[in-house]
Design a protein around this ligand. Structure first.
Ligand SMILES: Nc1nc2c(c(=O)[nH]1)N[C@H]1C(S)=C(S)[C@@H](COP(=O)(O)OP(=O)(O)OC[C@H]3O[C@@H](n4cnc5c(=O)[nH]c(N)nc54)[C@H](O)[C@@H]3O)O[C@H]1N2
Ligand SMILES: Nc1nc2c(c(=O)[nH]1)N[C@H]1C(S)=C(S)[C@@H](COP(=O)(O)OP(=O)(O)OC[C@H]3O[C@@H](n4cnc5c(=O)[nH]c(N)nc54)[C@H](O)[C@@H]3O)O[C@H]1N2
Ligand code: SF4
Ligand SMILES: [Mo]
Length: 724
């Protein structure tokens, strides 16, 4: 029997641009679900190839379709939902009785809908009674969030709609490769490019940096991790050349004197020596930003994922404030949020120190408000837990977390120093992973619970511009698969948890809206029904209001309405690695074709065929010095591990730097090399500046290289033995 085709308007399951798409479902047709781009201000009908191919995962052969429980001999058995949930509840109850509530941990994700993220925070605090919850947004947005909170009193990635960028004549993009990470976004750079004002700061000549060529702008190519100095240098030039907006600073900010003093010692020649960026470029960029025609400063992970990421984002904000750009309506500062719900996912309680509405878990009035919504005594809500890297370091340790529930992250590929993470996961008494696939983390689990994919569920996502969007269900999930809301409700019931746990997304949203009322991220005027009208719902959207597309126009989120300039000082310059032998700086990041740990995109034939394995980018002069030619297998190693990857010899990178994508597992996992050092303010790990030694491992004979390329074209797995 053939069901009639059904259609649903929704948004892409992957990144924070949340491109609008329509899904057409024809179960009996050759492609059960067809994806089409949909007109929307951010993507204007465009999608990248991840979006176009996203529906292929719905019917993917590798999908988990029944709960899986680990056998003593190491394999998995399929189990009924009752059996799997009973087992989990028994083990959690036992751990709690023997080792205390904090022996159970929860690791969430920025890809979860607002409803799931909210419910996960509530489930952890009430049903499990644990403080041990944090999430992968700690690896993603925490430094920018911390910087925004301390400067503006609120963290909404872009405090303005993406479309505002169209009118800009100058855009400074620091450590962001949007041409690969949000391709439809580059349409919004067109105005700045036409005006010759796109400025991209990246140690690589990334595909975004290449958009500055032919007169469209400037590519600054600093040494990795020197952006804080670069930004102090730009601030120095703005101040000494009389380009600071003194009227703005006096009326709308505090702290300028200290920032002026901190920038004083970073004169252009000194900045050139430290960063490698020529003085002439520094002066040109400072003057361009100050020309008053509409300038924006945007940051990405390249400047944020460092042990000084919060200070670097703060330096970018300081520069924007000194130029008078923020809260004006025609210029601005923002950070480009990464994951699909990276914004909403950091607002409603997945963070270890947070309650819904971006409230502090330590704030007595926030606790009282949320306890009222949950119908519990505020005293039962635990205090703050520990951030992600610390949580992972506690796994299996005496007095640490012994049982872990993972919802929406593949930590054994994406966390820093994955060898240590793997050891921690293996030492657990119980690892439960909710996923659609047997990700590398799910493969280590004691119980895998198969959950609904984006097109099979209702919910909301909050995009990089703070706009709350509806995710509509297009089709039913496979029979053995359940929603995470249902899983939490069932476990809560088995654990005799206080409060109620609805399984209906619109009801959970209504509860979230009440819990967020009066908070910074106030959703209390929103509902699924209102969002279904297509209303452009930017938070704060308090009951009785119409939402706020442009924040800070009439003041910042502090009682005195003033932004804070906070003086920051470089700390890491001294330990720049000596470039001797094969010692180089490794930076890690993304390719267009793959998403994050690759758990999803490595399962899409078109994407894995296009990028079947990791390649390491290395400059020709460095490669020649180390005896590496294009296509050789190189080893990239340090005290923590070794990665083997094919060398891509290219001028698109500094000579002192190599680049690896982090989308691959096994011996190609970039996080074998990264270290668990974190930013002291945000607890963001260092992903972008790792000292490694690079060497030629073995040359690939031409004939085998040809065969490997052919195999890559068919998506076949290339065995190591084919290279030797
Ligand atoms: N294709 C694809 N798109 C994605 C994702 C994905 O995995 N794949 N993930 C999504 C998510 S969660 C995120 S967070 C965003 C991330 O989006 P981006 O921030 O654009 O991504 P990255 O590739 O991590 O880093 C951007 C650039 O920073 C540069 N960089 C590295 N170190 C430094 C440095 O010290 N200084 C400067 N100035 N630049 C540096 C890198 O060379 C890289 O080109 O992408 C989102 N979109
Ligand atoms: N070296 C290096 N490491 C990095 C980075 C880097 O630049 N360099 N970037 C960091 C950044 S910015 C990020 S955001 C992280 C991301 O890295 P991860 O946290 O590993 O993110 P994903 O690969 O998206 O993993 C999501 C997993 O959850 C599943 N999933 C997707 N949606 C859902 C859902 O709704 N529910 C459930 N239960 N499961 C779901 C997917 O199938 C997948 O297995 O990686 C970080 N790691
Ligand atoms: S840019 Fe992001 S949201 Fe848009 S189609 Fe690509 S992955 Fe999806
Ligand atoms: Mo991210």
């Amino acid at each position: 029997m053939s069901a009639a085709p059904a259609a649903a308007d929704t948004h892409c399951p992957y990144c924070a641009l949340q491109c609008a798409m329509s899904l057409t479902v024809s179960p009996s047709g050759p492609t059960p679900v067809t994806v089409a781009g949909r007109a929307f201000p951010t993507n204007r009908g465009g999608l990248c190839k991840k979006g176009w191919t996203s529906a292929e995962l719905l019917g993917s052969a590798g999908r988990v379709l029944q709960p899986l429980v680990r056998r003593p001999d190491g394999g998995f058995d399929e189990a009924s939902w009752d059996a799997a949930l009973d087992l989990i509840a028994d083990r959690l109850r036992d751990s709690r009785a023997r080792f205390g509530a904090d022996s159970v941990g929860v690791f969430g994700g920025g890809g979860l809908t607002n409803e799931k993220a909210y419910q996960l925070g509530k489930f952890a605090r009430l049903a499990l009674g644990t403080s041990r919850i944090d999430y992968n947004g700690r690896f993603c947005m925490s430094s920018a969030a911390a910087a925004g909170n301390r400067a503006f009193g609120a963290d909404r990635g872009l405090p303005f709609p993406v479309e505002d960028l169209d009118a800009a004549t100058t855009i400074l993009l620091l450590g962001s490769n949007v041409a690969a990470t949000m391709p439809p976004f580059i349409a919004h750079l067109a105005g700045a490019r036409a005006a010759g004002g796109l400025i991209v700061c990246d140690p690589r000549r990334s595909s975004t940096a290449r958009l500055t060529e032919d007169g469209a702008g400037i590519h600054l190519q600093p040494a990795p991790g020197t952006d804080l100095i670069l930004l102090l240098g730009l601030t120095h030039i703005v101040i000494t050349e009389g380009l600071a907006d003194i009227g703005y600073l006096e009326s709308r900010t505090t702290g300028f004197d200290a920032v002026r003093r901190s920038a004083n010692v970073w004169w252009p020649e000194r900045v050139q020596a430290a960063t490698g960026v020529p003085v002439a470029q520094l002066r040109a960029v400072a003057r361009r930003l100050a020309d008053g025609r509409g300038s924006y400063i945007l940051t990405g992970r390249g400047v944020e994922q460092h042990v000084d990421g919060t200070d670097t984002a703060t330096a970018a904000i300081n520069l924007a404030l000194v130029l008078g750009l923020v809260g004006t309506g025609r210029s601005g500062y923002g950070t480009l949020t990464g994951q699909g719900n990276g914004q909403g996912g950091r607002e409603h309680g997945q963070k270890c120190d947070q309650l819904p509405g971006y409230r502090k878990i330590t704030d007595p009035s926030a606790r009282a408000h949320v306890a009222g919504v949950w119908g519990v005594d505020a005293a039962v809500i635990p205090g703050p837990g520990v951030p992600a890297v610390e949580l992972l370091a506690e796994l299996g340790r005496a007095g640490g977390v012994r049982c872990l529930l993972v919802h929406g992250s593949n930590v054994v590929v994406s966390a820093p120093d994955v060898s240590a993470v793997r050891a921690g996961l293996e030492a657990l008494d119980l690892l439960v992973v909710c996923d659609f696939f047997l990700s590398e983390t799910a493969l280590l689990a004691d119980v895998v619970l198969p959950v609904t994919q984006w097109a099979e569920e209702e919910g909301t996502m909050t995009s990089l511009e703070g706009r709350v969007l509806r995710r509509q269900r297009a089709l039913d999930a496979p029979a053995g698969v359940r929603s995470e809301l249902w899983i939490m409700a069932e476990l809560a019931r088995r654990l005799d948890a206080p409060s109620t746990y609805s399984t209906v997304p619109s009801e959970v949203f209504d509860e979230l809206a009440r819990a967020s009322a009066g908070g910074i991220a106030d959703y209390s005027g929103l509902s699924h029904a209102l969002l279904d009208t297509g209303a452009a719902a930017y938070w704060p959207f308090a009951a009785g209001t119409r939402g706020t597309p442009r924040l800070f126009l009439d003041g910042f989120a502090f009682p005195d309405r003033r932004a804070r300039l906070i003086a920051v000082y470089p700390r890491i310059n001294a330990d720049a690695p000596a470039q001797v032998g094969g010692v180089l700086t490794l930076i890690t990041g993304r390719l267009l074709e793959h998403y994050q740990s690759g758990a999803q995109t490595r399962r899409v034939p078109e994407l894995i065929n296009a990028r079947p394995e990791a390649t390491v980018q290395i400059h020709p002069a460095t490669a020649a010095r180390l005896g590496i030619v294009d296509g050789d297998i190189a080893s990239i190693s340090n005290a923590r591990g070794t990665v083997e990857a094919m060398a891509e010899v290219t001028i698109n990178i500094r000579h002192d730097t190599v680049f690896l994508p982090f989308h691959y597992a096994g011996s190609q996992c970039a996080n074998l090399l990264t270290e668990a050092a974190v930013d002291p303010v945000s607890a963001m790990p260092e992903f972008k500046r790792t000292v490694v030694t690079v060497a030629a491992l073995r040359a690939v004979p031409a004939v085998v290289a040809g065969a490997a390329a052919a195999a890559a074209g068919t998506g076949a797995v290339i065995e190591e033995s084919e290279y030797v």
